[in-house]
Design a protein around this ligand. Structure first.
Ligand code: CP
Ligand code: NVA
Length: 303
């Protein structure tokens, strides 16, 4: 594995391998036998805001022996229009790896191709692969293997996180039920391309029925702020709350990639009742991304 650009580009074996390696990273934190990023400098190039992804990558790179450099896209020439392929060719000659958060998936693909250094997608409009690896690791920790799993994704079924869930379900073979208003459902061509046990409906209760995981994300993803009022109206009825949770398995996990907007995609009581799971998810970003970093430099974590 040279880059981590999408869940789409991973095999089930690679996904399951990363989940196992995340567990090793977590259990050996503070006493890793190897520091695979030693003498390496990695850039984080971010065009969108971030708390979890930025902190977990900066800490994770350091814990693996490397040095991170955070570059807000607006502060470098990229923000003034220098093409990504030129930025990539410069960075590829100076850095050992890059973590990119941007809009267009093609930009991370181009960065990887033109830089020649290991490149990680830290969120684009199309995918959020690091999030989903950490989430699958969290589910494995709390529930066990993914066999027989049913995940219900409630909300914006066409956002980056939902799209990565679609590919994860297709690759790993678990069931994914998406409930979204019609205008925010994933396109049929994506569902056809992914395959797997993925269903889409407008009915949140139907999606939640029998689910082992109820998952949601913000209604207004970064870059969609001018649609906020329209989205708030469209997504009424797509909140995770006690009424929806009653449709799921009695021991269902409630998960949220964060940041959360209480009273919108999830209510305060449900969020706080499941905060332990939700913040475990956030913590697991660190362990999962360390597993990804080690894998990309050819030194996967070993128990
Ligand atoms: N979930 C997630 O990626 O959070 P940040 O936007 O804070 O990085
Ligand atoms: N779908 C959200 C995820 C945030 C981590 C966004 O793109 O803003």
């Amino acid at each position: 594995m040279k880059n981590l650009l999408s869940i789409e580009s991973l095999s089930a074996t690679e996904i399951l391998g990363l989940i196992g390696e995340s567990a090793v990273m977590k259990s050996t934190r503070g006493r890793h036998a190897a520091h695979p990023l030693r003498h390496q400098c990695w850039a984080l190039v971010f065009s969108k805001s971030s708390t979890r992804t930025r902190v977990s990558f900066e800490v994770g790179i350091r814990e693996l022996g490397g040095d991170p450099i955070f570059l807000a896209a607006a502060d470098i020439q990229l923000g003034r229009g220098e093409p990504i392929k030129d930025t990539a060719r410069v960075m590829g000659r100076m850095l050992h790896g890059a973590v990119i958060r941007t809009f267009d998936q093609q930009d991370v693909e181009d960065f990887a191709a033109f830089s020649g250094i290991p490149t990680i997608n830290a969120l684009t409009d199309a995918e959020h692969p690091c999030q989903i690896i950490a989430d699958l690791f969290t589910i494995t920790e709390l529930r066990g293997p993914l066999d027989g799993l049913r995940v219900a994704f409630i909300g914006d079924g066409d956002c980056n996180v939902a799209r990565s869930w679609i590919w994860a379900a297709a690759r790993c073979g678990f069931e994914l039920a998406i409930a979204s208003p019609e205008k925010f459902q994933p396109p049929q061509c994506l569902l056809d391309a992914a395959g797997g046990k993925v269903s889409v409906s407008k009915d949140a209760a139907e999606a939640a029925a029998g689910a082992h995981v109820l998952y949601t994300d913000v209604w207004v993803s970064m870059g969609k702020e001018d649609e906020a009022a329209y989205r708030a109206a469209q997504f009424q009825g797509y909140q995770i709350n006690a009424r929806l949770l009653a449709e799921a398995e009695p021991s269902a996990l409630v998960m949220h990639c964060l940041p959360a907007y209480r009273g919108k995609e999830i209510d305060e009581a449900t969020f706080e009742a499941h905060a332990e799971t939700i913040f475990r998810q956030a913590e697991n970003r660190l362990h999962a991304q360390k597993a990804i970093l080690a894998r990309l430099v050819g030194q996967p974590a070993r128990a």
